[in-house]
Each structure stands twice: as structure tokens, then as C-alpha cells.
Write a protein that binds this ligand. Structure first.
Ligand code: ATP
Ligand code: SF4
Length: 318
């Protein structure tokens, strides 16, 4: 197994002894060349999970437990120097939500990519530029665009530049956090196709984060559904998406249109995701769940086998 995340817990401290339980006991595996989709509504902890793995955390974040094993080495226990030298961007890299807007508008694209390369590797300026050109062509942009300014590129091209930068040090794992948010539908589809092609060409393991279950369905071998800081369903994508077991996954699936059932009314999930400072007792989904029973308010359900390699955390499966 390339990446094993075990019982990871990261809370944000927002006051004296007050914590937002953003990542609360999350476990999953990512194999070589595998694509794992992480899906859930806004605020359920997806980005927090990603930045905890890479340890690029804000100052109020507290990693309170768990392990992140990369090739068997717990990267949570590495000191910052080793993490920077051996892991971050080199082995695990990330494309951030809305990252295309992070390009400096007044510095040429080639300069920005070359600078990022030179920051991490001892290479000449000339070699860094050559690599920048290679990276641009890898993501389908004409290498001559090294001399363009970001404002001369479309949104889709800028996002490709960010993907190129994330791949600059040949990582094994790419985390893509909502990589197509803010792009129009056609460009979104092209960008996802590019990520899928790069994953197979570069033999990458991919962790794709999205609130959109249809994006995750198209791209993933495995799916983890997150709700309120926890994984509530996890397994092979075909199992989770075609035979969902957790009422939250079912609700997410019912909220996307299907071309096969043109007349189906789109469902929405009543209520809002809970406040993670004081999440609901027992099953965190119980205030919104149509099947909630007494036990759901009292006892937290653990992830249990509900099919082959398929887990769900729900008292309906006792
Ligand atoms: P989105 O896609 O909207 O970013 P998400 O599923 O990625 O949603 P996170 O951004 O990880 O969710 O947020 C999880 C919870 O942590 C939310 O309640 C959010 O408000 C909270 N949160 C995020 N960053 C901080 C912070 N620096 N301090 C306190 N709370 C935070
Ligand atoms: Fe619904 Fe209970 Fe299952 Fe939670 S444990 S999803 S409240 S049935």
C-alpha cells in the first residue's frame, strides 16, 4: 500500500478549549496508480484532510492523533526539514481549490514554474526553464507560453499551469482539491480528462476531492464519502455508487440528475451540515436522516463491512 491513513484526527482550536472537529478519526488506503474520490458537502472536512496529510496547516490546527504512512513511514512523525526535503511536493503534491487564482498576474508563467523548481532542486535557470516548457506541454499547453503572463491565459489554461507546477517534482501521489471549481462545464470536463490521462501516463495515485459525486464517479476506483469530519461509507466506486448503503450517500446520489431517468424529481438533503464544534451525538447524520432510530442519537456507528471491501457506518447494518 502506498498511502495508509489511520484514525487521523485534526481539530482547529477556535477558543480556549473550543475545537472544530474537522477530521475526526479518518482511515483509508491509497494503492499505487489508484484513484480515490473523497466526496461530501461543503464543510465536511475534505480540504482539512488534505492539508493534514501534507502538513500545510494553519497555526490553529492541532493534529491530535493518527498516522499517515507513506511507504510504511509515518510522515506525521517526520520533522519539518525531512518532510520538506523528502515528502512535500516530491512524493505527495497538491492542486488547491481555486489555485489558478494563486498565480501572480504580473510574473510570466515560465518564471513562476522555473522558480518553483529552483526552490526545491539544485538546477540551473536554463534547465528549470526547459523543465517548465516540458511541463507545459505535458498539460497540453504550447511550451512557447512560458513567456505569457497569467492574464493572457484562459481559466482552464491557468488551472493546467497549476497542475503542471504540482507535477514539477515527479510526485507519486497527487491530491486534487476541487480542481475544476470555478471553471465552466466544458473546461471542467477537459481538465478532469487531463488529470485522468496524467494519472495513467505518470502512474500517479490520485486523491480527488469534490463535493460533486458525479465528478468522483467518473474519476475514481474507490470512493470515500465524508460527513461531518468522518468517513461514513468507503469502498470500490462501483459498489458505493451503484449499491450505496449509507443514507447520506443515497441522498447525495439522489441529488444529482440522471440522463436515464429524465422525469425523476431531484432530491435535496434537508437541513444543513452540523456545526463541528458541537456535532450531534451518536450518528452525526441523525438530525437529517429519514431512518434515524433511538440508537442513532445515542451511539456512534462504526464502519462495518456491508459488502466486499465495502464499509458503512450506520446502525441499519448491525
Ligand atoms: P469546502 O469544500 O467548502 O472547503 P470541506 O469539506 O473541504 O469544504 P473544510 O474546508 O475542511 O471542509 O472545513 C471543515 C470545517 O473546518 C468547517 O467547519 C470549516 O469552517 C472549518 N475550518 C476550516 N479552516 C478552519 C480554520 N483555520 N479555523 C477554524 N475552522 C476552520
Ligand atoms: Fe441514519 Fe441511524 Fe444510519 Fe445514522 S446510523 S445514517 S441516523 S440510520
Amino acid at each position: 500500500m502506498l498511502l495508509e491513513v489511520k484514525d487521523l484526527r485534526m481539530y482547529y482550536e477556535v477558543g480556549d478549549g473550543v475545537f472544530v472537529k474537522a477530521v475526526d478519526g479518518v482511515s483509508f488506503n491509497l494503492d499505487r496508480e489508484e484513484a480515490l474520490g473523497i466526496v461530501g458537502e461543503s464543510g465536511c472536512g475534505k480540504s482539512s484532510l488534505a492539508i493534514t496529510i501534507l502538513r500545510i496547516l494553519p497555526s490553529n490546527a492541532r493534529v491530535l492523533g493518527g498516522e499517515v504512512l507513506l511507504d510504511g513511514v509515518d510522515i506525521l512523525r517526520l520533522d519539518e526539514h525531512r518532510l520538506r526535503k523528502e515528502v512535500r511536493w516530491r512524493k505527495i503534491s497538491m492542486v488547491f481549490q481555486g489555485s489558478m487564482n494563486a498565480l501572480n498576474p504580473i510574473i510570466k508563467v515560465g518564471d513562476q514554474i522555473a522558480e518553483a523548481i529552483m526552490l526545491h532542486e539544485k538546477v540551473s535557470k536554463k534547465d528549470a526553464y526547459r523543465r517548465a516548457e516540458e511541463l507545459l506541454s505535458l498539460v497540453g499547453i504550447d511550451p512557447s507560453r512560458v513567456s505569457s503572463y497569467p492574464f493572457e491565459l484562459s481559466g482552464g489554461q491557468r488551472q493546467r499551469v497549476m497542475i503542471a507546477m504540482a507535477l514539477a517534482l515527479n510526485p507519486k501521489v497527487l491530491i486534487a482539491d476541487e480542481p475544476t471549481t470555478a471553471l465552466d462545464v466544458i473546461v471542467q470536463a477537459q481538465t478532469l480528462k487531463l488529470i485522468k490521462e496524467l494519472q495513467s501516463r505518470l502512474k500517479l495515485s490520485l486523491m480527488l476531492i469534490s463535493h460533486d459525486i458525479s465528478v468522483v464517479a467518473e474519476m475514481s476506483d474507490k470512493v470515500a464519502v465524508m460527513y461531518a469530519g468522518k468517513i461514513v461509507e468507503y469502498g470500490p466506486a462501483v459498489e458505493v455508487l451503484l449499491q450505496p448503503k449509507h443514507p447520506y450517500t443515497t441522498a447525495l446520489l439522489k441529488s444529482v440528475p440522471s440522463i436515464r431517468e429524465s422525469k425523476r424529481k431531484l432530491a435535496y438533503i434537508p437541513g444543513v451540515p452540523p456545526n463541528l464544534v458541537n456535532p450531534p451525538s451518536g450518528c452525526r447524520f441523525h438530525p437529517r436522516c429519514p431512518y434515524a432510530m433511538d440508537i442513532c442519537r445515542e451511539k456512534e456507528p462504526n464502519l462495518k463491512e456491508v459488502g466486499e471491501h465495502h464499509l458503512a457506518a450506520c446502525h441499519l447494518y448491525r
